[in-house]
Design a protein around this ligand. Sequence first.
Ligand code: ADP
Ligand code: MG
Ligand code: ZN
Length: 645
Amino acid sequence: MTISQEELDAQSLATLRQYFGYEDFRPGQGALIRAILGGRDVLGVMPTGSGKSLCYQIPSLLLHGLTIVISPLISLMKDQVDGANEIGIPAAFINGSQSIDEQEDVFAAANAGRVRLLYVAPERLETQRFVNFATHADIALVAVDEAHCVSQWGQDFRSSYLGIGDFIDALPDRPTLAAFTATATERVRRDIIQMLGLRDPQVVVTGFDRTNLYFDILKLGTRDKANWIARYVAEHADESGIIYCATRKQTEELADTINALVPQLRAVSGAASPSSSPIAVAYHAGLPPAQRERAQRDFVTDAVPLVVATNAFGMGIDKSNVRYVIHHNMPESIEAYYQEAGRAGRDGEPSRCTLLWNESDIVTRRRLLDNGGANERLTEDEQEQVRRWKRHLLDAMVGYCRTTECLHRYMTRYFGEDGEMPAGAHCVGGCVNCDSTFSTTDVSRIARTISMCVHDLGQSYGSGKIVAVLRGSQAKDVLDRGLDHVPTFGRLADVSQSTVRDVLNQMVSDGFLTITEGRLPIVMFGARAAETIDPAFHYEMKSITRPKPVRPARQSNPALEPTTFGGGHGGTDEALFERLRGLRLDIAREIGKPPYIVFSDRSLRDMATRRPHTDDEFLEVSGVGASKLSKYGERFMQAIADFEE
Ligand code: ADP
Ligand code: MG
Ligand code: ZN
């Protein structure tokens, strides 16, 4: 007996409403679920927060066999499983932290049909125990989450992902294979299809523009970054955020600074008396596992609002109410930035992504790339190829820092969606470039003269001396060394010292010059130095007048639908929202799970606006399905009634 397509569609929609409490599918979900239910392999390329999980969770309820989800992060599996169980999907996980008995229990439950959705770490696929189970189980679907981990060309390559294809091939009956990723470059996409062995997959790529995110970039001196961040955190103390740093040491230092500064800043501004618990917790791969897990848990359960982390943090974190992500340094690629920044606002509420950068960030990145650790699995040639590719990725990231174009547009274009946003249209989520005014200055003459001066000085002086010579300094050690006799001496006397410095720095990060490492850094020619001699050489620098004051994320999004984001956020709704948030936290503590698993911020906002009093009204709230109604309906409706009195 075959079921018609219409019937399948109707069943998926009914499941969406009954279990998840959402009214309609988001872009891409319907098509992916339809293909999976029809037995076709799929590749879903959708941005973070767009709802990829649902694309295999709904089939897990409708298909006859088991659904296996391969997911890279063991520590987060428990949350994913809790989340599924909360809405009534029988789910479990298998990972190395369980005893053999525990694993056998899970296998037995899966074989008996008491578990429909089974999360496993990729490493498990290679164990005999799991292979035994899988060969005899009735597996309908294997979903590979974060599928870009299979690609060398991505940031998050994991060799354990390479075994997935073999695992599937070894199964007696080939299940449907579904791969999901938020990384969209063509190269990674091709790798996923090939390495996982997807067969004639239905590929669905949805819009990469995250319209609830406000993108900000800010050029700041290295020493000013910590203060800026502390001030931002103090002004957003009730919000949850992530700060990404380039090094482990920075994460710890910055977390300390924040914990020391923010209570003071808040006390000065007359905000609520600072509590003794820390505001920020550091996270990086060098911490002992227990401490790392604790940091993650504290963050996910809202026990601390802020995590300061290296890029080791975040993949698979489904915390939906992250209101801001700040990058303390420029990441290595747009992919990395998009993925990390995209951890803000998964619930669709307005959120802010801020990138702090300066020229020395760029120089550091280039240096890391050139001296980067070799990968023994690759030949010399391949390594050079990878390096070239990474340079190309880095250039695009530098372009993002420098562009005066709409940042949403820059990103969607990068991900190959040219034409997505018509020229002249205002970007929906908002960005600093759309809100600012720019002037670009032609600095060709300055750049050319700097280059000549580096030549005059025989590539053997630091940037301080170069600037001094160009501006015709009468300082003793300039004169003592006879530097006042070089041809470029005083040539830029008409230009301010800071401008000469800025142009020089920009030339370094653009590869016209390089600065040697060591105690006395020397400015030398970079790979592009020859271009500056070309008569057609043209070089620009932009300066920006930013909007003032920096608007909070919540108000930065006028173009979004009014029912969710408009007026209703002030006054009583806000007070009720806070009340509901308190109740959510109580319940989360009672059941020992993260608050967002009880309800997302978005659900609570919708609840505060609708103020349901009956079961039917409660079911109308976005994110409320049958399971949540029966578990929490009464308490939340009681809280609303109490509030109204
Ligand atoms: P991804 O894995 O793509 O980053 P998730 O699967 O974690 O995203 O989903 C992000 C959020 O969006 C979750 O809170 C999820 O419940 C919600 N969501 C998913 N699909 C829908 C939908 N059709 N309508 C409303 N919310 C949805
Ligand atoms: Mg996901
Ligand atoms: Zn814009």
